[in-house]
Ligand binder design. Sequence first.
Ligand SMILES: [Zn+2]
Ligand SMILES: [Zn+2]
Length: 446
Amino acid sequence: MQENRSRPIKSLRRRGFLAAAILLVPAILGLAGVAAAAAPAPLPWWKGNVHLHSRWSDGADFPEVVAAWYKDRGYHFIAVTDHNRLQEGEYWSALARQPRDNERLEQYRKWLGGAAVQTREQPDPKTGKPVVAVRLTPLADYRAKFEQPGRFIIIPGEEITDAAGKSAVHSGALGLAEVIPPLKPATVQEAIQGHIRAVRDQAERLKQPMLAILNHPNFRAGVPVEDLQAVPDLEFVEIMNSLPSDVENTGDENLLSHERIWDAALAWRLSQPGFGVIYGLATDDSHDLAARSGGGWIMVRAKSLTPQALFAAMKAGDFYSTTGVRLNDARRTPRELAVEVDPEPGVTYTIQFIGTLAGYDRSREQDKDEKGKLLPPTKRYSPDIGKVLREVAGTKAAYQAAGNELYVRARIVSSKPKKDPDVPGFFETAWTQPLAISRPAPAASN
Ligand SMILES: [Zn+2]
Ligand SMILES: [Zn+2]
């Protein structure tokens, strides 16, 4: 059922106001100014992908081709996040690594104008045989071709590609001016915390806006939910990553899905003092524009298309993640989460409000192998976590907090099958950010 909520209409019309208005024009202008300030025009939504690769690391495509691909598809911003590298300095990309590379080089030559493409022969590091390599254009040298105020920007970044023992821990570091090397720490928690701290330190030192995102927890089962629960500074995590292999958004018999990891982390964190909400992102993690790129992105509601405004909106949770469903509104006030879909003709929508109540069953069971050895990551959490608290068929709905919810978030599932799904039966979906409702009192200091 579709729910319609009437909003209070702000109006200056008052009975008997006209005569006074004629006499008090300056006062009326002042009043109109107050009314306008109280009900500002809604801010625009900006479409962005903040996780992608190019030939600067293990991506298949030349950096300008990547930028053009996203701009042509209506994205307003991308963050380039190659592995452990900023797109700067002199870097030669060998062609033999990727299939179809000669074809790509020919296209690139046509695209850029043949003379602009520098090639050389260099020995393959493994075989020693000569291979053709192409000099890549640094971001600073190509961004001006694409960037247009209010239309498209490119944010410099890096995927800090790290490991704690055998566990892969990757973090998106957006807005960087200097590369952050992997830390190779002893534990996953130290890696997550270390990446966040390194990004914050650089942002403070250089006085530039930057932001850190924990990428794909399920990549090689690297980051169990307990580590998301344990790092107080964690603000952002990928909940939907479009990479075709290895990254298990939907989980399996040994892995929680990314969405369930998000819920289990939120429930745990919000039921104790000192921990905040984690916001969830959908990204491409594109390595090859011909394979599943464009599968997940974020929509950020910000006053302008600048890293500063986008990051500030994201830190305030004013964005949603999507694999296709678009929203007109995703509004969070202290006691209400309201959603309005921008519907596509012929597509139907189900709005689910998902949350965990205070006092939920916090027990968890760890899986064991046949010899009884505990297996990370843990698998079983109480069904109390991430329950559908309310479901509405339609394009508009709001959830009013009863007060005993730790948090509530919305998932909007469409009837339109997702292109290239992880698993069959996956439909285009959007996820709003969680609204924290019931918070424990801060711990008494003594
Ligand atoms: Zn990664
Ligand atoms: Zn990646």
